[in-house]
Design a protein around this ligand. Structure first.
Ligand SMILES: C[S@@+](CC[C@H](N)C(=O)[O-])C[C@H]1O[C@@H](n2cnc3c(N)ncnc32)[C@H](O)[C@@H]1O
Length: 205
């Protein structure tokens, strides 16, 4: 039920996924091998698949989300391999991916450092990762403003604001916490930028 609610809610922000996919595609070579860690309904993967000749995989721990995302990809007529698995123990060989994205999910991981180490392991040397997630110090005012722009109906607006306040902010990380965790993975370089209510963390192996 939560998966369906999230799918419908984020479906109102398709333009945002499309923008992120376009930005990503600009930086990808033809034929790049791409992973989304925790894709949920799969909107980013599907939008990216429409833009070029990439091999795209989505790995999510939820069987329900894998089912929803696979169905949405089939409806959109694109090929994305959505599969079930844990970000902290990925079922992929070392040095597999050119690029990976993890959006709005990292704060949910039970073993976040393990997940970072796995991201590093499965990227090719020179490969790049991007984590986009909420900042713990985002103000409720800025969150309310963000939710207002999501195109939600009044009830979902209230529910979404409540979810941010009661759950998401509690599990979000500070810049210092990210720095501490990233130091335990083996990336060649990392860069943490504030972006709206979140961080964008770029990592290069
Ligand atoms: C809020 S959704 C974000 C979905 C998508 N990335 C987006 O931007 O809309 C969080 C996702 O993280 C997944 N997830 C949570 N823990 C995970 C783990 N350890 N490994 C893989 N996926 C996980 C959930 O099943 C869910 O699909």
């Amino acid at each position: 039920m939560v998966a369906k609610w999230y799918t419908t809610n984020t479906g109102q922000s398709l333009a945002e996924f499309s923008k992120l996919a376009q930005r990503t595609a600009h930086q990808l070579a033809r034929g790049s091998v791409v992973l989304e860690v925790a894709p949920g309904p799969g909107y980013f993967c599907i939008e990216l698949a429409k833009l070029g000749d990439y091999t795209i995989t989505g790995l999510d721990i939820s069987h329900t989300f894998v089912e929803i995302a696979s169905k949405k990809a089939a409806e959109a007529g694109v090929l994305v391999n959505f599969r079930q698995g844990n970000a902290s123990a990925m079922p992929f060989a070392d040095n597999t991916f050119d690029f990976l994205l993890c959006r709005a999910a990292f704060k949910n991981f039970g073993q976040p450092v393990r997940a970072l180490q796995e991201m590093c392991r499965v990227l090719k040397p020179g490969g790049r990762g991007l984590i986009i997630d909420l900042r713990k110090d985002a103000s409720m005012e800025s969150i309310n403003h963000e939710v207002e722009g999501m195109g939600l109906n009044p009830i979902n607006k209230i529910l979404t604001k409540l979810t941010f306040r009661t759950m998401l902010l509690k599990s979000a990380y500070t810049r210092e916490q990210f720095q501490h965790m990233l130091a335990q993975a083996n990336f060649r370089s990392v860069d943490i930028q504030e972006a709206g209510i979140g961080f964008e963390i770029s990592m290069t192996k």
